[in-house]
Ligand binder design. Structure first.
Ligand SMILES: *Cc1c(COP(=O)(O)O)cnc(C)c1O
Length: 354
């Protein structure tokens, strides 16, 4: 791919205090953009000044939601910048695009575009311990046509946002609300795709969880409301009676890059890992009998998010006395050390950008 680079003439002031970055509200000087036109394919890849985009009020994305996104990070350590398994994001983007009848992007082009933007904006990758440059690639259908039909015209855009450490005040276990009314996704639907509608669908459950004093929603399957799917917008893991257990991918669960990496690390550590259906009943019994040793969510944003409490209509169950589990902590420490190039990367997951 031949990416044209048009550098901004008005570079912005970079944030002066990396301890106050927060998440997702500051954007770098540049963005990547290319267009898809039916018959021509993806054309005109370029990096230009970060700017607002103009689309028709009749654009598909605004009415029928043809959208796919990805979430990844660039990590700074000792003068170098790395990505973590960008090939997995490129593959997943294509699985999402296919499900939404949107045009695919060559894996190598996706990775090249991400790398190029990070390289151009490398001064924006924060350097303070735990901080990252969050990268948001996305594709939208922009055809100005109100018929329900796949768009003939798309944008692939990548924006980037310097972000603060997720655990600025240290890792602390969260409480999760077992949601038995609203569901996030159903098998046969678009749950496995990283697409906008899934997040709109999840907001109500999230609000409910907050109203119950919980940080995250525990999503059950959309058909029987019996099996555990995910927690918030993270995958979920349990340590039950010595074994690591995570719901198997079934079409309504988002296949996380972190999930895949955690499974491999657990196996490297010598833990048995089971990918299978996990019922809420099994979980409640394990929690009541003290066999639920650990529980944690996984995702690019948090890496590992320990769960200290399981709350439903009837009761609140504490997990591991509300403390961070030993395995949770070890997984967090190991994965972040790989991402920041602080330890050997046996699986070849790190990709150096510059
Ligand atoms: C993005 C996401 C995840 C985590 O995926 P990672 O690739 O690990 O960041 C899990 N569940 C949902 C619903 C997500 O959107």
């Amino acid at each position: 791919m031949n990416i044209e680079v048009k550098l901004t003439k008005n570079p912005k002031q970079k944030p002066s205090d990396e301890n106050k970055l927060g998440f997702g509200s500051i954007f770098t000087d540049h963005m990547f953009i290319m267009e898809y036109i039916e018959g021509k394919g993806w054309i005109n890849p370029r990096i230009e000044e970060y700017h607002d985009i103009s689309i028709s009020p009749a654009a598909n994305i605004l009415h029928y939601g043809q959208e796919v996104f990805e979430g990844m990070k660039a990590y700074y350590h000792n003068g170098e910048v790395f990505l973590f398994r960008p090939d997995m994001n490129a593959k997943r983007a294509n699985n999402s695009l296919e499900r939404l009848c949107m045009p695919k992007i060559k894996e190598e082009d996706f990775i090249e575009a991400v790398k190029k933007l990070v390289e151009v904006d490398k001064e924006w990758v924060p350097k303070t311990e735990g901080t990252t440059l969050y990268i948001r690639p996305f594709v939208i259908g922009v055809d100005a046509f109100l018929g329900v039909h796949p768009s003939a015209y798309y944008y692939f855009i990548i924006i980037a946002s310097p972000s603060g450490a997720y655990y600025a005040h240290g890792m602390s276990p969260v409480a999760i609300w077992v949601e038995d009314e609203f569901v996030r996704a159903v098998r046969g639907g678009v749950g496995f795709a990283k697409t906008a509608g899934n997040y709109a669908a999840s907001l109500m459950g999230q609000e409910k969880a907050s109203s119950k004093g919980c940080e995250q929603t525990l999503w059950l399957d959309g058909v029987e409301r019996k099996y555990i799917e995910e927690v918030g917008s993270m995958n979920i893991f349990f340590k039950i009676d010595g074994k690591v257990v995570t719901p198997m991918l079934n079409g309504s669960i988002l296949p996380g890059v972190t999930r895949d990496s955690i499974i491999k690390l657990c196996k490297d550590f010598g833990n048995e890992v089971e990918e299978r259906r996990v019922s809420l009943e099994e979980l409640m019994i394990a929690a009541s009998s003290g066999k639920l040793e650990e529980c944690f969510g996984t995702g690019t944003a948090c890496v590992v998010s320990p769960v200290g409490k399981l709350v439903n209509k009837e009761k609140t169950l504490e997990i591991n006395q509300g403390k961070i589990g030993e395995l949770s902590q070890k997984l967090y420490d190991t994965l972040t050390a790989i991402q920041y190039n602080k330890i050997e990367d046996k699986n070849g997951w790190r990709v150096k950008v510059c």
